[in-house]
Write a protein that binds this ligand. Structure first.
Ligand SMILES: [Zn+2]
Length: 130
């Protein structure tokens, strides 16, 4: 994800992403969000839900790592509860319908050993499948 969007998430949810200043042996958020810009809204929405729920429950969870794996969003959180686990699982499920590169409606594509969720346009641009 580009710097501008990354900084936006860090600035809006400083508590959730406080691990960004920790060494990489402790926390991988200093790498930012290891996925495409198309998932910004999805991650933003998930951050809002986690933060709101945590305030209500008196929790103070911390994101450990956020990345794309096998075409889906993986959001690793510590200090959450079963509800935040559910939010992360829902976002992962949702990520398989959103193009990781542009945010349009997409689907899981497996090409040349890579699995990514992309829309038709991004798939063609990226892998020249036309
Ligand atoms: Zn796209």
């Amino acid at each position: 994800m580009n710097n501008k969007l990354t900084e936006k998430l860090f600035a809006e949810f400083p508590e959730l992403y406080r691990g960004r200043s920790e060494p990489i042996t402790e926390n991988l958020m200093s790498f930012g969000f290891s996925c495409g810009d198309g998932w910004f809204s999805l991650i933003h929405e998930l951050s809002v839900k986690i933060t709101k729920h945590s305030k209500e429950k008196g929790l103070n969870p911390k994101a450990k790592q956020v990345k794309q794996k096998m075409g889906g969003l993986r959001f690793y959180l510590e200090g959450g509860d079963t509800t935040t686990d559910l939010f992360c699982a829902e976002a992962e499920k949702c990520s398989f319908t959103i193009c990781e590169d542009c945010g349009a409606s997409g689907k899981k594509q497996a090409i040349a050993g890579f699995t990514q969720t992309l829309c038709k346009k991004c798939l063609e641009g990226k892998y020249n499948t036309k």
